[in-house]
Design a protein around this ligand. Structure first.
Ligand SMILES: Nc1ncnc2c1ncn2[C@@H]1O[C@H](COP(=O)(O)OP(=O)(O)OP(=O)(O)O)[C@@H](O)[C@H]1O
Ligand SMILES: [Mg+2]
Length: 344
């Protein structure tokens, strides 16, 4: 059983062909860093135009690299939300056209369920199955979920302000680094001293599993204003800032596992690529007797393969979407609970 997966919810135009249970036959990602870099963040209108330009060639490349024709596929999976509406509509229109032309069923996918599927792709790791706690950390989300079964996600905690990817991106801007900020901070932090500056850890009420990153960003701004270039090496500042983020993510994730008695933790989303997060979380989870599962680094950020796998699993469960299916800029992941037939 194979799907073409299409992703265009933010600044990656992506398509992939995936086969159950999670084998990647092709995975084409066209990024837009050069489009947005000079603005220091994603400009929605420019993103929409770039998706419209690249979506068709990206889909064709994904099929060609997999050596497949539409006849070799069982369904077309596409991200229908949440995300930037212009990009979502572009991907959905392309998916509908492709599905109609090829006589294939269409399955709309929640972008975060896509991220959640990324550790199951070509993982090479021992089979890791539901239930588990999921830490979804990306440009627009910071979520702790109790993933009880495929499609059944209960929110245990989320950010009250900035998403963690945003904290990296905004921190990078303050440090005069490029976009995207996560990889830039991680690179500068290599060899830096993570204990050089003590940035605040927002851990409101001990039992609370919510996050807050806006205070951290302000603390960095204040610190940089008081300590001009040269006072403390910037690599130490970057390492300390990264450490504050990693520390909070680790403490809350392990607290979530303890709170619901789960010994398995899945991490996904762009920030999951962070090497220091992988290192610290693995170490502290092992000490707590908790097993952690990360996706391959290249599959942490947006891609079509994760959408194809989520779509395939929904298709296998009997789900189909009609031509009237629309995109949603906002769509809480908890709403997937119990949702099966959405054709009405
Ligand atoms: N090595 C890294 N360390 C820290 N952050 C990283 C790293 N690599 C990528 N990121 C961050 O991940 C984010 C992009 O991830 P992703 O593509 O999953 O987000 P998105 O799709 O824009 O948002 P969402 O999935 O919430 O809609 C950016 O904020 C980027 O800075
Ligand atoms: Mg994403």
């Amino acid at each position: 059983m194979r799907a073409l997966g299409i992703e265009s919810s933010c600044d990656e135009t992506a398509a992939a062909v995936v086969e159950l249970p999670g084998r990647i036959l092709s995975n084409v990602v066209h990024g837009q860093v050069e489009v947005h870099a000079r603005y220091g963040g994603v400009v929605p209108e420019l993103a929409s135009r770039a998706h419209a330009r690249h979506i068709q060639p990206v889909i064709e490349a994904a099929l060609a690299q997999a050596g497949m024709t539409p006849r070799d596929l069982d369904c077309v999976a596409v991200t229908i939300g949440p995300g930037l509406i212009g990009g979502l509509l572009t991907g959905l229109a392309a998916a509908k056209g492709f599905a109609l032309g090829a006589g294939l069923p269409l399955v709309g996918v929640h972008h975060m369920e896509g991220h959640l599927m990324s550790p199951f792709l070509d993982s090479g790791q021992p089979a890791f199955d539901f239930p588990f706690v999921a830490l979804l950390v990306s440009g627009g989300h910071t979520l702790l979920l109790h993933a009880r079964a495929f499609g059944e996600y209960l929110c245990l905690g989320q950010t009250r302000d900035d998403a963690v990817g945003e904290a990296f991106d905004k921190g990078a801007r303050l440090l005069g680094l490029g976009y995207p900020g996560g990889p830039a901070i991680a690179r500068l932090a290599e060899g830096g001293d993570p204990q050089a500056v003590h940035f605040p850890r927002a851990l409101p009420e001990k039992k609370d599993l919510d996050f807050s990153f806006s205070g951290l960003k302000t603390a960095l701004r204040t610190f940089l204003a008081r300590n001009p270039e040269g006072a403390i090496p910037r690599r130490d500042v970057a390492a300390s800032y990264q450490e504050a983020i990693v520390d909070v993510l680790t403490i809350k994730s392990l607290a979530a596992c303890r709170a619901i008695g789960q010994r398995r933790l899945v991490v996904a989303g762009g920030v999951g690529a962070n090497r220091r997060l992988r290192e610290v979380l693995r170490e502290r989870a092992a000490a707590a007797g908790i097993e952690v599962c990360f996706p391959a680094v290249a599959l942490c950020t947006d891609n079509g393969a994760m959408i194809a796998l989520a779509g395939l699993r929904r298709w296998r469960a009997g789900e189909r979407d009609g031509a009237q299916r629309n995109a949603m800029a906002r769509w809480p992941v908890e709403r997937l609970l119990g949702e099966t037939q959405r054709n009405a």
